[in-house]
Ligand binder design. Structure first.
Ligand code: HPA
Length: 251
């Protein structure tokens, strides 16, 4: 990930199936506190190749915080305070688009937010003025291209487009909800893409999503969704996600 500030660390927020980042040469671990509270886990500092990286387990380590209870504000603020200006959010997702089956990698280009009741902005409380950030393109295009090039170079099956529908969870969707989301234009569905992307934008950070499809979305296969199939897809696909991260850091 060639950031203009080459010396600054790249932040990687690991989701389900990526609680630790093997391959990261760890130099330290810090439990931090922000004015928005404590992040999900200690910040793990290290290197992937030549690039300084700060890794944060979104659901805690061990994996225990459900998507609707993640303190997204503390997570992004902690990374910002540590000098991060480029964030890669790794997300396990369900595939709605027919090409997006288990173990497929998706680097989406748009978001529709269906979440509710989450602390989704830094702009609240005693403000001097009302601020509306631009969010036309929620994902940083140059960071997207780096991930796309890395996936291509590694021959990993991927889609370099897609509308990420962010749902509240923690339950999975009904078949009718997925049909509605498909009508809305969603290609993939996950529970953690928002408000993470918007908070990064509020802080002026570049943000990109690296999604791993771990199941076909509700009603899109001939069976109901099981944790076994999700775990199997994680086992199958997470090595590709890690390779994309490693190769993209080398660039
Ligand atoms: N729906 C929502 N979130 C998900 C799914 C899904 O099918 N799979 C993984 N995260």
């Amino acid at each position: 990930m060639t950031s203009p500030e080459k010396m600054l660390p790249v932040g990687i927020i690991g989701g389900t199936g990526l609680t630790t980042l093997s391959g990261l040469q760890i130099s330290g671990e810090r439990q931090v506190r922000t004015s928005w509270g404590v992040p999900s886990a200690p910040l793990v500092e290290g290197r992937l190749g030549d690039q300084r990286v700060i890794f944060l387990a979104r659901h805690g380590n061990p994996h225990r915080i459900p998507p609707h209870q993640v303190n997204y504000r503390a997570n992004l603020r902690a990374l910002y305070d540590a000098g991060v200006r480029t964030v890669i959010g790794v997300n396990a997702v369900g595939g709605i688009h027919p090409d997006m089956g288990p173990a497929h990698v998706v680097i989406p280009d748009q978001i529709i937010d269906y979440t509710w009741g989450r602390d989704s902005t830094y702009f609240e409380g005693e403000l001097e003025s009302v601020t509306h950030i631009d969010f036309t393109w929620p994902y940083d295009e140059s960071a997207r291209q780096i991930l796309i090039d890395a996936a291509g170079a590694e021959n990993i099956p991927f889609s370099g487009f897609g509308v990420y529908g962010a749902t509240q969870g923690p339950r999975l969707e009904t078949a009718a909800e997925i049909i509605r989301m498909e009508r809305d234009g969603c290609d993939l569905v996950g529970m953690t893409g928002m408000p993470e992307a918007a908070l990064a934008a509020e802080l002026g950070m570049r943000y990109v999503c690296l999604g791993l499809v771990v199941n076909r979305a509700a009603g899109k296969s001939d069976h109901i969704i099981t944790m076994e199939e999700i775990e199997e897809a994680i086992d199958q696909g997470m090595s590709g996600v890690k390779r994309i991260l490693e190769v993209s850091m080398a660039g």
